[in-house]
Design a protein around this ligand. Structure first.
Ligand code: FMN
Length: 268
């Protein structure tokens, strides 16, 4: 039996897959995905739902995707935290899919949004944040995919010290390995146009997540808020796996120049 991969291993292994084998997932796999979806808890109360879409039947395509026969639409109830919630829950599922060999890529922009929303049956009180193909990665990337990865420097990430800083930490509530792994899992996370807008400040009160915005947004979908949900998911998934107790809370009066405060992780 193969050993279960750690969250950090899954974060290292995951990459955006844009070229697929054009084979639908089997019933057993779809059932296991459904049961995983039922167990996802995200801390933003966004009531996230996933809709499985058939690309052929609904004429769905994306100019950056080749060979995908199925997609998942990642939807949430409209509201302040919809993007954060969808980012968290969507990434929880994406890490699971990575572990069972299913390729994915967050698609928030490069698609015919109207066609996907129609196929997903979006209601007036819902928002479709993004979609991802779900399928088996092709043995070779399309030329377009390799060029795109080069163009957005998809294999590069900021250095730890560029995303994480400590403020006179006297009582470190977590063991060193746990929070180093959690920060590393955040560092490797996917983000829109690979802009990596997350910043973590660690002080005696906990780990505070800030958004350093580089892309404009007007309302939802807001790709960089989605990025923040994804980052928080990676961080919390490492803590969960190591049995570390914590709570997530939006603390009052947290401010940093040029950044938007999102939420804090407070170890128990
Ligand atoms: C919220 C979000 C939206 C994204 N939207 C798109 C998109 O519209 N089209 C696309 O090709 N990739 C999209 N991506 C994928 C990113 O470009 C990719 O994650 C990043 O370049 C890092 O590459 P990697 O995922 O292979 O590590 C998106 C990623 C995120 C997190």
């Amino acid at each position: 039996m193969t050993e279960k991969k750690t969250v950090l291993q899954l974060a290292q292994e995951r990459r955006s897959v844009r070229t697929y084998k054009n084979e639908p997932l089997g019933k057993e796999m779809l059932d296991s995905i459904r049961s995983r979806v039922a167990s996802i808890h995200e801390p933003f109360g966004g009531r996230v739902s996933f809709r499985l879409l058939n690309a052929g039947a609904s004429h769905l395509s994306s100019p950056v995707i080749r060979g995908a026969s199925q997609y998942l639409a990642i939807c949430a109830k409209k509201g302040e935290n919809a993007d954060l919630a969808a980012g968290y829950a969507g990434e929880d599922l994406i890490l699971y899919l990575t572990g069972i060999g299913v390729g994915t890529v967050w698609i928030g922009g490069t698609m015919d949004r109207d066609a996907f929303e129609k196929a997903a049956g979006i209601k007036v009180d819902e928002v479709m944040i993004a979609v991802t193909p779900v399928g088996f990665p092709a043995d070779k990337m399309s030329l377009r995919e390799s060029l795109m990865r080069k163009g957005i420097k998809a294999d590069e990430r900021l250095k730890t010290e560029e995303i994480y800083s400590e403020r006179s930490v006297r009582n470190i509530a977590l063991d060193h390995e746990t929070y180093c792994d959690a920060v590393e899992a955040v560092r490797l996370a996917p983000s829109a146009v690979n802009h990596q807008p997350w910043r973590i400040i660690h002080d005696d009160a906990g780990f505070h997540f800030f958004l350093k915005r580089s892309l404009k947004a007007s309302g939802s979908p807001d790709m960089q808020k989605t990025d923040m949900g994804i980052a928080l998911c990676h961080f919390c998934a490492v803590l969960d796996e190591k049995g570390q107790e914590y709570r997530t809370e939006k603390l009052p009066d947290r401010q940093e120049a040029d950044m938007e405060y999102i939420i804090s992780v407070i170890p128990a």
